[in-house]
Design a protein around this ligand. Structure first.
Ligand code: FPP
Ligand code: MG
Length: 320
């Protein structure tokens, strides 16, 4: 089984591979300044691939190749997401849409999708095809979210949306990591672990929008409610008969607030934190991770299970 130092080495190799791909992009396409993407961020999908591979008794080199594809597709989705969300800050730096404009950022996202598929093709035509399908599902999730803007979405619709937009790439990562191990019979279980991990990750991300400080998280806060996105803490508050009227009124005043007026967003965020709805959403994320534990315990390398479980718990208890 790999050590923490072994994981750091794997991450360094994945990072180097991503730099190689970035270096292959013609500088004329991004004005010759800083590269359109650099570095790995939290490398959550990569770490997940590596630790899952350990629990399957797989080869690290194979998991690293899957991780490179996942990180490229993830970065592509963030370039598009930052355009959709009009975000100015990502990983502590100005977003590409901020630096080069919306059009260049959308097109660079498209280019990264093609690069992700090219890397997946090098693994196998089947891995490429399944990534293509997963990208389609991610887009479907993002479109569902877009169509839900400023609407009081219910739980079911919300969980479907996060499973597609975020759960799907974790699921693909898990399925492909499993497919490259000597236990392809565990693909279904691994896919389920991936879906749960991805949806739980998104729940924690949504909570951070209400709780974190941009200097710490490296991205803007209070974006979701300001942009009319209803996430789990808001859904839970709307389901509470004692609070739904107040929350609904705050959502209405948010919708009609002039741009830049953060007052209703701050009031809603304070209410959600003080009444325990952000904590309840984090608890739901934790329970989804724990739902994966029996599946992880059934993977062949029992000694690697605690490392994978602890990592998944850090995904939902992170503060950045
Ligand atoms: C972050 O959401 C965004 C995603 C998890 C993926 C969004 C998917 C697309 C935009 C579809 C396009 C996909 C590809 C592969 C081109 P967020 O806004 O909740 O998170 P944030 O707070 O980090 O911005
Ligand atoms: Mg966003």
């Amino acid at each position: 089984m790999e050590t923490a130092a072994g994981t750091a080495d794997s991450i360094a190799r994945i990072d180097a591979e991503l730099s190689r791909v970035a270096a292959g992009i013609d500088p004329r396409l991004y004005g010759g300044g800083p590269r359109p993407f650099e570095g790995l961020g939290k490398a959550s999908r990569s770490r997940f691939a590596l630790l899952l591979s350990d629990a399957l008794g797989g080869e690290r080199a194979a998991a690293e190749r899957v991780a490179v594809c996942a990180e490229l597709a993830h970065t592509a989705s963030l370039l598009h997401d930052d355009c959709v969300d009009l975000s100015a800050l990502r990983r502590g730096r100005p977003t590409l849409n901020e630096r080069l404009g919306m059009n260049a950022s959308i097109l660079m996202g498209d280019l990264l999708v093609s690069l992700a598929l090219e890397e997946a093709w090098k693994i196998s035509p089947a891995a490429c095809r399944s990534l293509l399908e997963s990208v389609g599902k991610m887009v479907k999730g993002a479109l569902l979210e877009e169509r839900a803007r400023r609407r009081r979405t219910g739980r079911e619709e919300f969980f479907e949306m996060i499973a597609l937009k975020t759960g799907e790439l974790f699921r693909w990562t898990a399925v492909e990591t499993c497919g490259r191990s000597s236990r392809p019979d565990l693909i279904e279980a691994c896919g389920r672990i991936g879906s749960l991990a991805g949806s739980a990750f998104q729940l924690a991300d949504d909570v951070l929008d209400f709780e974190s400080d941009p200097s710490f998280s490296g991205k803007d806060s209070l974006k979701d409610i300001s942009e009319g996105k209803v996430t789990l803490p808001v859904i839970l508050a709307l389901e509470d008969p004692a609070l739904s009227g107040e929350v609904s009124a705050l959502l209405d005043s948010l919708a009609s607030a002039p741009p830049g007026d953060l007052e209703p967003a701050l009031r809603l965020a304070a209410l959600l934190r003080e009444r325990g709805f952000t904590a309840a959403a984090r608890e739901k994320a934790s329970s989804m991770i724990k739902e994966a534990f029996p599946l992880i315990d059934a993977l062949p390398v029992r000694a690697a299970a605690p490392g994978l479980k602890n990592f998944l718990l850090t995904l939902v208890h992170r503060n950045a």
